[in-house]
Design a protein around this ligand. Structure first.
Ligand code: CAO
Length: 455
């Protein structure tokens, strides 16, 4: 254990800057590169990260203090010996477009003049060592640039709040976390004040992550002018699931990987099981095997058994699998809890009970919540591939279509094999394409040889 001072690193052209946010407190365990304080000059705000990991033992700065390069921010107890700390780099900050948060792009090399960034009055502009400078996103002429610290900008991005619509109540009109909270509350109760806000219906979901999209209004057409029509109200389930699907489609960057699984042997086994259990009344379905196979894949690829919570990924250590059920009133997703602890027969039985309850409109909310991953099977109906919409806050969903006999080359000849089409949609904020391809490939291996679920 050793005590060390963490100091303000080279902050470029600024002689002195004010501390506008203290992001840690005495006793906090922090990681290297974690932001400690936000400082602001009359041109930019930026975060000062820690050069080391450790426990905060003493804070040497307070809100409003003026600091400069070399000022001690805090005293840290580190596990390592207190060798002279390398200067921590000031963290880069994402700019905002005039209409809302944008991807983090603007950054300039250390010591670059803040004035060199067009209209960057309130943006920090520095990269950590080694990061490539990227051109800043241009601001629209005359656009009001929101004045907010990097952590507030991050929070705004997480909440989907368009910063340029928030009135800052902090010093010099700076937007504070309390201003964001007040904005979200106003949107939640529908207290929109401007015509732009009123027109932006998706902003009603701003608190849940849906930012205003500035889309054209929905086309208003008098259909009866073109021929006879009948109008009917959307059902309750359609209204609820429609709003959820819309949010998920708009907010989550979806990608879908399509693949095939050879289920020839698995289907033969399923038919055999059904013959053996004919009298029990339990029908083993392909979906039950898929649930079990997905549990095996989720265990191997834990990023798929996760949810995004702000800037953290929550990895679940339980395996609750939802399955989409088509009912006369619309789509519902009952959940099989702890599918890892249940056998194929138990899952089949539970699925048939839940599907019946769904069709009868008797599913309780507890039977539709807590899912980790969902499966949407159109196998009983048909089709080849489709793009299932992720059931937020899950990060992936598997779609399956109807299996069919296809000729497959076995090394010496083409042989008829039963092929199941798979479509895996995944959230690109959490998962990348290589993992998705591996997930599908592994799922295919498990379905081709079900003994692999035991591994
Ligand atoms: N390939 C070929 N046949 C399949 C199959 C597949 N992938 N999956 C099921 N089948 C067969 C079954 O074996 C069964 O045949 P038999 O009656 O001859 O035994 C038949 O199709 C009907 O199966 P099922 O649909 O009743 O059973 P299931 O376990 O596959 O599905 C349930 C249950 C509740 C998921 C299903 O009834 C359902 O609602 N599916 C629709 C889901 C949906 O709408 N998804 C889209 C969401 S996006 O809008």
């Amino acid at each position: 254990m050793a005590l060390m001072e963490v100091k303000v690193p080279d902050i470029g052209d600024f002689d002195q800057v004010s501390v506008i946010e203290v992001l840690v407190k005495v006793g906090d365990t922090i990681k290297a590169e974690q932001s400690l304080v936000t400082v602001e000059s009359d041109k930019a705000s930026m975060e000062i990260p820690s050069s080391h990991a450790g426990v905060v033992r003493e804070l040497r700065v307070a809100l409003g203090d003026a600091v400069k390069q070399g000022s001690v921010v805090l005293v840290l107890e580190t596990a390592q010996g207190a060798a002279a700390p390398p200067a921590a780099a000031v963290v880069p900050v994402a700019p905002l477009t005039p209409t809302g948060p944008a991807a983090p792009t603007a950054a300039m090399a250390p010591n670059a003049s803040a004035a060199a960034i067009p209209a960057a009055a309130h943006r920090a502009a520095m990269t950590p060592p080694g990061a490539a400078p990227v051109a800043p996103a241009p601001a629209a002429p005359g656009a009001r640039l929101p004045h907010a610290s990097p952590s507030v900008r991050r929070l705004a991005r997480t909440l989907g709040v368009p910063l340029n619509e928030v009135r800052g109540q902090g010093p010099k009109g700076r937007i504070t976390p309390a201003d964001l909270e007040a904005f979200v509350k106003r949107v939640m109760v529908g207290e929109t004040t401007t015509a732009a806000q009123a027109a932006r219906a998706p902003a009603a979901s701003a608190a849940a992550g849906g930012a205003g999209l500035d889309l054209l209004p929905w086309p208003k057409v008098d259909f009866a002018k073109f021929g006879p029509v009948e109008r009917k109200d959307l059902g309750r389930i359609k209204k609820i699931s429609g709003a959820n699907l819309h949010r998920n489609w708009v907010v989550i960057p979806h990608v879908t990987n399509h693949d095939d699984a050879d289920i020839t042997e698995l289907e033969a086994f399923r038919l055999q099981l059904n013959r053996e259990h004919e009298k029990s009344g339990v029908k083993v379905t392909m979906l039950a095997f898929l649930i079990k196979a997905c549990v095996a894949a989720l265990k191997k690829f834990p990023d798929f058994n996760a949810s995004l919570d702000g800037e953290q990924v929550v990895l679940k250590q339980y395996f609750h699998i939802g399955f989409a059920a088509d009912t006369p009133n619309g789509l519902v997703v009952p959940v099989i809890r702890n599918a890892d602890q249940k056998g194929i027969l138990a899952i089949s039985q539970e699925m048939s009970e839940l599907a019946k309850k769904a069709r009868d409109g008797k599913l309780g909310p507890a039977e539709m919540t807590g899912g980790c991953f969902s499966i949407s099977s159109l196998g009983g109906i048909g089709g080849r591939y489709f793009t299932p919409i992720i059931n937020a806050p899950e990060v992936a969903i598997l779609g399956v279509c109807k299996s069919s006999l296809e000729p497959r080359w076995d090394g010496t000849q083409f042989a008829p094999r039963l092929i199941l089409p798979l479509s895996l949609s995944w959230d690109h904020r959490v998962i990348d394409g290589a993992s998705a391809a591996r997930f599908n490939a592994y799922l295919g291996q498990v379905l081709a040889d079900f003994r692999r679920v035991l591994l």
